[in-house]
Design a protein around this ligand. Structure first.
Ligand code: SF4
Ligand SMILES: [Zn+2]
Length: 127
């Protein structure tokens, strides 16, 4: 069981720092996912600026999963998740997106790719 971030309404500095770090990691994961879908949509669906309806649906699905993730702030990256809560078709979809956009991502956003890779080293907490 994870420790609550607040005690009598006051956030303790160590817990706050830990939560801020985790929230930053989640925001980073979401940003990486969005950028990858944009690259994929641009290259495969020839979309200019933004994403097509199909990719937008996928992003809506992915953010919904992220918001309901039962690991909470302690979550691993979805790619390294031992549970993987995505429906089978969505899982296939994300795999296709990663395979196609991954190499471009590395080339176009090397720093973001490196950070995502480092975030991926984190293990899921024991349930
Ligand atoms: S795939 Fe795993 S880490 Fe990602 S949202 Fe689902 S349960 Fe959480
Ligand atoms: Zn698209």
């Amino acid at each position: 069981m994870t420790e609550p971030a607040t005690l009598t309404g006051v956030t303790r500095p160590a817990a706050k720092a830990k939560n801020d770090l985790a929230a930053t990691r989640l925001a980073r994961e979401w940003q990486t996912m969005t950028v990858m879908v944009r690259i994929y949509c641009r290259d495969r669906h020839h979309t200019v600026g933004g994403v097509c309806a199909e990719c937008e649906q996928f992003l809506n699905y992915a953010i919904g999963r992220l918001e309901r993730c039962h690991f909470g702030l302690e979550k691993p990256t979805c790619a390294k998740c031992p549970v993987h809560c995505y429906q089978r078709e969505r899982r296939e979809q994300v795999r296709t997106i990663m395979i196609n956009a991954g190499p471009r991502m590395l080339w176009e956003h090397p720093l973001m790719s490196l950070r995502h890779w480092m975030d991926g080293l984190r293990k899921a907490p024991a349930r």
